[in-house]
Design a binder for this molecule. Sequence first.
Ligand code: PGA
Length: 255
Amino acid sequence: MRKLIVANWKMHPATLTEAQKLFERTARVARSLTTCDVVICPPIVYLAGFPKVSRGKVMLGVQDIFWAEEGAYTGQVGPRMARSAGASYVILGHSERRVLAGDTDEMVAKKVRSALAAGLRVILCVGEQERSSDGSSAVFVKHQLQKSIRGVSKNLAANLIVVYEPVWAISSHQPSRLDTPETTLEMTLYIRRVLHTMFGAVIAKKIRVLYGGSVNAKNAAGFLSRAGVDGLLVGKASTDAEEFAAVLRSASKLT
Ligand code: PGA
């Protein structure tokens, strides 16, 4: 399967002009690499500011959506709105939204179903807050995954992408600790087993599993080659065009 690299710009950069520059530089590198898929998820307000001509091989995503199509929901954006702004992917259940915006597993599941029904591909994040040595992290991740995709029909499940995002290993977590490909491998295999049980072998094989702990130019190749993943969700490093280009080149070599 081709590697998928997702850039989650989070709430960066501060202006549209900077966002356009970062997009142009990233899109140029992405276009030159034919062996991996790239999705850029900027703050939603910037989507319309990216010229169609420079999109080429880059796909666009948003960092959240609300479950309703439209209505009296101040501040929210529905899945069809995101699509009409140019997004074909949406990140849901990111740990920062679970903590800062209070997204529960039930809310995430409503968003997942609504996004899939609207034709978006869903990049669903799951992961434990702290790693325990007694196996309870795996059980936590299993339950979070099961609850976050409750009610997803088998015929739409192939449009899911699951990100294993150990919260303790992401750069915004204080203190942030580095994960290793080897410990990640145990968890990604486990996630694949859960998906297999829920959707069967054929569909489970179509669901990409990504790693979403802290990744940069130095460790990307290790995670891509030894963690049993089909790609990466990159936060901080994706807002530095050169660093992200190096991550993309690692992925391209490994596909
Ligand atoms: P980071 O974020 O790459 O900045 O550690 C990863 C994430 O939030 O998934």
